[in-house]
Design a protein around this ligand. Structure first.
Ligand code: ADP
Ligand code: MG
Length: 288
């Protein structure tokens, strides 16, 4: 016989802005013991702001910002959006060539005939450029032009108001462990994790490392217990597909993420995950 309660549960979830792609996923939510979050855009607003411009000697602040904005002109990453918005002016398409976005690193691109790099310390290291490690709180975007270090921008994001509630509610529902995975710097990750009371933090990860982290967590639990991964979609498709239950947040996430996810949360509130688990528990008690 068909467990009608499941359809009722899916309906209840959808009325709350939670799209569940099958009754099996709703059922799996009952057995979730570990919830793994992406940081940027999931626990934080993903609305970065440029909070500092630090050019190398002989370069003007305005010149560094302009270069960074040109380099980031094609990137959908929230870091790129913040740099373009700090710059403000239009960027002529013909100034940009050989655009190359390197996942978990940044951008390599030709701007007005010059080879420009914009990204993290790992990108600079990979390209043999010494960048130093400034003592600041925030995400650092280093810029290099024709293999010469040109300076850095400091970019800051904020924790979502809803994130603290989300973690508390999950704990109250008996979730054993919360985990945050991020490609961002350890200093930024630790600050966010501490603020929210996240149990385990893994930073400076490439997208494939996020998959490996979920695979390691798989080994810490019994067969019956389930792992959720929650992400906003940017670079998260492989790990969304790998987790027992992949949840994409923000109805405006990438099509690929919505496709790869088992559950889509239409708002940007991580506390909807606890709500979904609550609906799953109520649904099970109707079915059995
Ligand atoms: P997260 O795991 O926080 O979602 P990503 O995997 O998207 O982060 O990116 C990891 C890191 O790679 C960023 O923190 C940043 O340092 C760097 N990065 C990625 N894309 C860009 C970009 N377009 N411009 C500059 N840096 C970038
Ligand atoms: Mg991301």
């Amino acid at each position: 016989s068909i467990p009608l309660g499941f359809f009722g549960g899916i309906g209840a979830a959808s009325r709350n802005g939670i799209l569940v792609k099958g009754s099996n996923y709703l059922e799996a939510l009952n057995d979730v013991k570990i919830v793994v979050f992406d940081k940027t855009g999931t626990l934080t607003k993903g609305q970065f702001k440029v909070t500092g411009i630090f050019p190398a000697e002989g370069i003007a602040e305005s010149g560094l910002l302009r270069l960074a904005a040109y380099a980031e002109s094609h990137s959908p990453h929230p870091i790129a959006e913040s740099i373009r918005s700090a710059y403000g002016a239009d960027i002529p398409g013909e100034a940009i060539a050989d655009y190359n976005e390197i996942s978990g690193h940044g951008i390599a691109v030709t701007v007005e005939g010059r080879a420009v790099l914009a990204g993290n310390a790992r990108l600079m290291e990979r390209e043999g450029i010494s960048s130093g490690t400034p003592e600041v709180s925030g995400t650092i975007v280093h810029i290099a032009v024709d293999k010469q270090y040109a300076g850095y921008l400091v970019i800051s994001d904020e924790v979502k108001d809803d994130s603290l509630q989300a973690i508390r509610k999950l704990k109250a529902l008996g979730i054993r462990k919360t985990v945050m995975l991020t490609g961002d710097a350890s200093s930024v990750a630790e600050a966010v994790g501490r603020q929210l009371g996240i149990d385990e933090i893994h930073a400076e990860l490439l997208p494939q490392h996020k998959v490996e982290a979920v695979e390691r967590l798989e080994k810490e639990k019994s067969q019956r217990e389930k792992i959720i991964f929650v992400g906003d979609g940017i670079n998260d498709t492989p790990v969304l597909a790998r987790a027992d239950v992949g949840i994409a947040m923000g109805g405006l996430g990438s099509d690929a993420a919505i496709e790869a996810a088992d559950i889509v949360i239409m708002t940007d509130e991580p506390s909807k995950i606890a709500e979904a688990i609550g609906i799953a528990k109520r649904t099970r008690s109707i079915v059995w």
